[in-house]
Design a protein around this ligand. Structure first.
Ligand code: HMG
Ligand code: MG
Length: 299
C-alpha cells in the first residue's frame, strides 16, 4: 500500500463543528478558536456560513467573525455559501474562498437547502460565475456519499455524477461527505473508485463524520487510493442540523496523531492543537470527542 507523503487538513470545526451547537457562541469565542487553530499550523480553517439565520442561527455572526480574525498569510478562511445571496454577503466580508454544498440524496437536499439536487446545481452557477470574476476559489461538497438519514443506501454512481457536475462547473476541489458517518472502509473505497473515474483523485477530499467510530479507518482506506485532502474538526465537534444523530467529523487531534505516526506531513503541531481543543471544550463545557485529546490530557 502506498500513502501520500503530505496531507492537507481542512479544519471545519468553527463551521461544521459549531453550526449544530445549541448554546450561542460569541464572536470573540469563535475568533479565539480560529486564532488558536491557526497557531497550531492549520492552513485551511472553515470559519463560517452565509446561510439563512433562520435555518442555522449559530452561523448568523459569520460576518462579524470574519471582520475580527487576524488573517495570516498562507492561511485561508473559507465559508459556506448556498446561493448568490450568500456569496454576495461573503464577498462583502472579503473572503478568498467559498464552498457550495450539494447532496447525493434528494431528500437530504430538500431538508438541508430546500431544493432538489438539480435546482441546487442551478443555484450554484451564478456563484461560480461571480466567484471567477472576483478571483475567488470555490470548493464543492457532496453530502450523504455513504448513506442518507432519510433515503438509506446511496449509489456511488450518483455521488460520482454530482461530484463530476461540481467539478465541471469550476469547483477546484470536491469534498465527499459521509454526513451521518455510517460508512465502512471497503464501501468508502468503492465510492472513491467510482468518483475518481469522473474527477481526478487529487481533486477529492474526504469529509467523514465519526458517528459510528469508523472515520479514521475510512480515512486510512481512502488515503491508500490517493486521497490527500482530509476534513476534520477540532475536538471532534459537530454534526449537521439536518442529519439527526450525526456526531462530529473525525477529530483533528486523532487524524494528526495517526498521520504523525505514519510519517505523513501535515504542518500541524499536536500540542498547540490540544490547546485549541481544550479551549473550545471549556467554552462548550464538555469533553472533546477525541481519544487522542483524552489520552494526552490525562498524561
Ligand atoms: P429558502 O427558504 O428556500 O430560501 O432557503 P429563499 O431563497 O426562499 O429565501 C427565504 C428567506 O431566506 C429570505 O428571507 C431570504 O432573503 C433568506 P425573508 O425574505 O424570508 O426574510 N435567504 C438568506 N439569508 C441569508 N443568507 C442566505 C440566504 N438565502 C436566502 N444565503 C437556504 C434556502 C439555502 C437559504 C436555506 O435552506 C439555508 O440557509 N440552508 C442552510 C443549510 C445549512 O447551512 N446546512 C448545514 C451546512 S451543510 C453540512 O453541514 C454538510 C457538510 O458539512 C458536508 C457533509 O457533512 O456532508 C457541508
Ligand atoms: Mg459535515
Amino acid at each position: 500500500m502506498s500513502f501520500p507523503t503530505h496531507v492537507k487538513i481542512v479544519e471545519v470545526g468553527p463551521r461544521d463543528g459549531l453550526q449544530n451547537e445549541a448554546t450561542p457562541i460569541t464572536v470573540e469565542q469563535k475568533v479565539t478558536l480560529i486564532e488558536r487553530l491557526a497557531d497550531a499550523g492549520l492552513s485551511v480553517i472553515e470559519s463560517g456560513s452565509f446561510v439563512s439565520p433562520k435555518w442555522v442561527p449559530q452561523m448568523a455572526n459569520s460576518d462579524d467573525v470574519l471582520a475580527r480574525i487576524n488573517r495570516r498569510p498562507g492561511v485561508t478562511y473559507p465559508v459556506l455559501t448556498p446561493n448568490k445571496k450568500g456569496f454576495m454577503d461573503a464577498l462583502e466580508s472579503q473572503v478568498t474562498e467559498v464552498a457550495v454544498f450539494a447532496a447525493a440524496s434528494e431528500t437530504f437536499s430538500l431538508k438541508n437547502i430546500n431544493c432538489s439536487i438539480d435546482e441546487s446545481l442551478t443555484r450554484f452557477e451564478p456563484v461560480l460565475e461571480s466567484a471567477e470574476k472576483h478571483g475567488i476559489k470555490v470548493r464543492g461538497y457532496v453530502s450523504c456519499v455513504l448513506g442518507c438519514p432519510y433515503d438509506g443506501e446511496v449509489d456511488p454512481s450518483v455521488v460520482a455524477e454530482v461530484a463530476h457536475k461540481l467539478y465541471q462547473m469550476g469547483c477546484y476541489e470536491v469534498s465527499l461527505g459521509d454526513t451521518i458517518g455510517t460508512g465502512t472502509p471497503l464501501k468508502a473505497q468503492a465510492m472513491i473508485r467510482s468518483v475518481s473515474e469522473r474527477v481526478p483523485v487529487e481533486k477529492l477530499a474526504a469529509h467523514f463524520h465519526d458517528t459510528y467510530g469508523q472515520a479514521l479507518a475510512n480515512i486510512f482506506a481512502v488515503m491508500a487510493l490517493g486521497v490527500a485532502t482530509i476534513d476534520s474538526s477540532v475536538a471532534g465537534l459537530g454534526g449537521c442540523p439536518y442529519a439527526k444523530g450525526a456526531s462530529g467529523n473525525l477529530a483533528t487531534e486523532d487524524l494528526v496523531y495517526m498521520l504523525n505516526g505514519m510519517g505523513i506531513e501535515t504542518g500541524v503541531n499536536l500540542e498547540k492543537l490540544m490547546a485549541a481543543s481544550a479551549y473550545i471544550s471549556g467554552v462548550l463545557g464538555k469533553p472533546a470527542h477525541s481519544k487522542v485529546a483524552l489520552a494526552l490530557a490525562g498524561k
